[in-house]
Write a protein that binds this ligand. Structure first.
Ligand code: HEM
Ligand code: HEM
Ligand SMILES: [Fe+2]
Length: 449
């Protein structure tokens, strides 16, 4: 850690980790309701648990992006953050908004639009926090050194904040309502967040592999170009059945197929950098999460996304467990694992705990990634059977659900592994242990001497 103000990132990471814990615990609870449908149905209905699960996910991922920005921008720009005070104010606004949203969900107040259920004042608070953030990082970058990494990061963060404005537009016409809704939901994860991901991945690989900056930048530009080229019109894969013109079936199918490319490139980027890199950085855990993130993102977003993106397939699979399988692996690989890579890289420095013992952290990677992979497989099986019974044969929804119960039980098991992995990760971050360094001497002779 070179700059004092990077410490801001520490508090963002702590807040993110707390919400991460709540998010996966909420998921496990929702998974149990699938096994035992009346569980807590009076006290904490499924829709409320689900809102807490998905909203906590989005908010902690954003907190993680802010942490990453506050950590890497000073190093890239070679100066302190423009105003650490504003950064803390931004965090307080976000935390008050989060508590406000959770509180209102618990008493049953919400906007009803999936992922955008927050009460209006919370949405407004998020907007204000985003503006404070943009001002702060933009001033830092403008008055310091500009690099391709900060340019791409800022472009992603500016665009995603602007898209948030569509969260306020909620027309009565259901087709238009859905269209604007996807402007936020899809153009976040399949366009602007991808830019953020590429920039953060580039920063981590630069530090962890010691490869030349020019090489990293070339990859970054190609990834950004392919992500925007495919991702914007790729939104069409959500316009098939919501009452928009029929040509979207072809535009969506074709452009969303191209969306596989940037994810493939990000995976290749990570492995090629490790292969070409001249440095072996001691933080192996951060490298494991970086490689894992880009690989699982390729499978979760790229492969599992392509699985149901062609309109002829989506006609049958739309809104089944196939969608849930894809949603889980894509979010986990691309954004959860990436954030955990940043935390693994930054935390030991922020707490001055180097050299750092990474055993627990790496164990949590395998437990969580294994759990998510297993959950994806069982949901894909469930979704395939569901698609056939419900959409091809025409059985009733609830009858089909009854015959899927064994998969929901296995999903719960997989989810439990993920939760244990997440707790292990959080523990390894809160209690960062130093690696024991054995210095050769009379008590520890070098072997062979
Ligand atoms: C970091 C890991 C996780 C991520 C990124 C994640 C992400 C998501 C997302 C994006 C959704 C909305 C899916 C959609 O609309 O298709 C969702 C719903 C859900 N998640 Fe998770 N989740 C995670 C962990 C878990 C765990 C551990 C469980 C436990 C079993 C779980 C169970 C559920 C359930 C039951 C739903 C509701 C599905 C429905 O409405 O049918 N999730 N999750
Ligand atoms: C990291 C990137 C991605 C994330 C986080 C993600 C996440 C999600 C989530 C949560 C949903 C469910 C939305 C809902 O109905 O509530 C969804 C739907 C969908 N995604 Fe993705 N996705 C990503 C990338 C992709 C890519 C690259 C493709 C195509 C190649 C794709 C194709 C689809 C399709 C076709 C649907 C609609 C499914 C349906 O009709 O029910 N996604 N995605
Ligand atoms: Fe999409």
């Amino acid at each position: 850690m070179k700059y004092q103000s990077q410490k801001v990132a520490y508090w963002y990471i702590l807040a993110a980790l707390a919400l991460f814990g709540i998010q996966v615990a909420g998921g496990l609870l929702a998974g149990w309701v699938y096994v035992s449908p009346n569980f807590l149905s009076e006290l904490l209905p499924f829709n409320v648990i689900r809102m807490i699960h998905t909203n906590a996910l989005i908010v902690w991922l954003l907190l993680g992006f802010f942490a990453a920005a506050y950590f890497l921008v000073p190093e890239e720009a070679e100066r302190e953050i423009w105003s650490p005070k504003l950064a803390y104010l931004q965090l307080v606004i976000l935390l008050v908004g989060t508590l406000g949203a959770v509180g209102s969900y618990l008493v049953g107040i919400h906007g009803g639009r999936e992922f955008l259920e927050q009460p209006l004042w919370v949405k407004f608070g998020i907007l204000v926090a985003a503006l404070i953030f943009l001002l702060n990082v933009s001033m830092t970058v403008l008055s310091g050194k500009r690099t391709a990494i900060t340019n791409v990061l800022l472009m992603g963060l500016w665009l995603l904040s602007l898209l948030w404005v569509f969260a306020f537009i909620n027309p009565d016409n259901l087709s238009l309502d859905k269209m604007y809704w996807w402007f936020v939901v899809h153009l976040w994860v399949e366009a602007t967040w991808e830019l953020v991901m590429a920039a953060i991945l580039a920063f981590l690989l630069l530090k962890l592999t010691g490869v030349d900056r020019e090489v990293v930048e070339k990859w970054l530009y190609v990834i950004v170009a392919t992500a925007l080229f495919s991702g914007i019109l790729g939104t069409g894969h959500h316009f098939y059945w919501i009452g928009l013109p029929g040509y979207w079936q072809w535009v969506g199918s074709i452009f969303s197929t191209f969306e596989v490319i940037p994810f493939f490139l990000m995976m290749s980027f990570a492995f090629v950098m490790v292969w070409k890199g001249r440095k072996t950085h001691p933080n192996k855990a951060a490298l494991l999460w970086s490689l894992g993130s880009s690989t699982v993102a390729f499978f979760g977003a790229g492969v599992w996304g392509f699985l149901h993106t062609l309109h002829g397939v989506n006609f049958y699979s739309h809104g089944t467990q196939i969608t849930a399988a894809h949603g889980h692996l894509a979010f986990y690989g691309a954004y959860v694992a990436l954030n955990l890579a940043v935390f693994s890289y930054a935390m030991p420095m922020l707490r001055q705990r180097e050299p750092y013992n990474q055993v627990l952290n790496m164990a949590s990677f395998w437990l969580m990634t294994g759990g998510m992979a297993f959950m994806t497989f069982v949901l894909t099986f469930a979704g395939t059977i569901q698609t056939h019974m419900q959409r091809v044969v025409g059985d009733y929804y609830m009858d089909v659900q009854d015959s899927l119960s064994v998969f929901y039980l296995m999903r719960f098991g997989a989810g439990a592994a993920v939760v244990i992995g997440a707790l292990l990760f959080i523990y390894s971050m809160l209690v960062v242990r130093r690696k024991e360094v054995i210095t050769p001497g009379p008590a520890n002779p070098v072997p062979g001497e």
